[in-house]
Design a protein around this ligand. Structure first.
Ligand SMILES: Nc1nc2c(c(=O)[nH]1)N[C@H]1C(S)=C(S)[C@@H](COP(=O)(O)O)O[C@H]1N2
Ligand SMILES: [Mo]
Length: 316
């Protein structure tokens, strides 16, 4: 099993000085940005409540997170750079405070919500997830975030809502490729089917490694969908729209035969230019063997039912 739930902050571990320090740090920084009190959420030892699923379905195996320094210095953020290194510095000029998220479309309560107000209503959780980029590298990240489904419920989706579209901020003065690059259509956008968006594994992340998200990793708010290729996990979200029809999304629009709308991790469906059968784990040594890629990135037990009626070889 590859999901680590709130166990990481269970009472038994409260005595662990390192975890305790991290916890205080994230609580402090979240308080600083939100004015919210998340202490009750962290104090809550109810491991499966967040998932609304019996805990037995989440027999836990400790996942070893990839070293934070690697994740912070090896990013995909095309608004800033096409390599993995330059966004670390370039993204620091992004203005992220204040931040609001426009929620619109097929909802009863559309609005432009301040991030602080959103966070104040949500329960923060730490989730250690595998993350698999379509380029065949992978990592394990302890995210801090909250259920996207809970946020969607709070704005009361209409029954006509069938898709959820996300849009990244436009800040072309600092996101330099938004000015010049014609390869991708800006602003970056992504989308999920409503049932994928409501799935308990789908989170909006505001932190990682017990701290707020680094800007290059998508601060202040990004999507995490652990069973899909990384490009679905859109960064710096300013707009969430509930729609009746599937929208165009950035990568799908740029190269539909290479980047499917679903983009579920599937070792049996190669990218037209490379195999998806295995992956290089960030931080693994040069000669260490590649990891075998798993269907749905290993989350099949949780999500396979969403695709019961689909031929996964054709809906990639
Ligand atoms: N706005 C935006 N979101 C994005 C991207 C991007 O270029 N712009 N890259 C995507 C890709 S391809 C991946 S693999 C992940 C990378 O997340 P990380 O840089 O935090 O590892 O972010 C995704 N989200
Ligand atoms: Mo990616």
């Amino acid at each position: 099993m590859i999901i680590k739930t709130q166990k990481v902050i269970a009472t038994s571990e409260i005595t662990d000085p390192l975890l305790f320090k991290q916890r205080r740090k994230i609580i402090k920084s979240l308080l600083a940005i939100t004015g919210a009190s998340i202490a009750p959420a962290w104090a809550n030892d109810n491991k499966s409540a967040w998932l609304n699923l019996p805990e037995s379905q989440f027999s836990e195996k400790l996942l070893t997170p990839t070293p934070a320094e690697l994740i912070k210095n090896y990013t995909n953020y095309y608004e800033f750079a096409f390599n993995k290194e330059d966004s670390t510095e370039l993204a620091q000029s992004l203005s992220i405070d204040p931040w609001s998220v426009e929620i619109s479309g097929a909802v009863e309560k559309p609005g432009n919500y301040h991030l602080e107000d959103i966070l104040r209503q949500q329960t923060m959780e730490e989730r250690v997830y595998r993350f698999r980029c379509v380029e065949a590298w992978s990592m394990v990240v302890p995210w801090i975030g909250f259920s996207l489904g809970n946020l969607i419920k709070s704005v009361k989706p209409l029954s006509t809502a069938r898709f959820v579209k996300f849009t990244t901020i436009e800040q072309s003065d600092v996101m330099r490729n938004q000015r010049s690059n014609a390869m991708l259509t800006w602003p970056y956008s992504e989308a999920l089917r409503i049932d994928e968006a409501m799935h308990p594994l789908t989170i909006l992340a505001v932190g990682m490694y017990g701290d707020v998200l680094p800007k290059q990793n998508g601060a202040p708010l990004r999507l995490i969908v652990p069973w899909k290729y990384g490009f679905k996990s859109i960064k710096a979200i300013v707009k969430i729209e509930l729609l009746e029809k599937p929208p165009l999304t950035t990568w799908n629009q740029a190269a539909p035969s290479e980047y499917g709308f679903y983009a579920n991790v599937n070792p049996d469906v190669p990218h037209p230019r490379w195999s998806q059968n295995s992956e290089r784990q960030l931080g693994s040594r040069f000669f260490s063997p590649r990891r075998q890629t798993e269907l749905f990135n290993g989350y099949g037990e949780q999500v396979a039912a969403l695709y019961r009626d689909m031929d996964l070889r054709h809906f990639f």
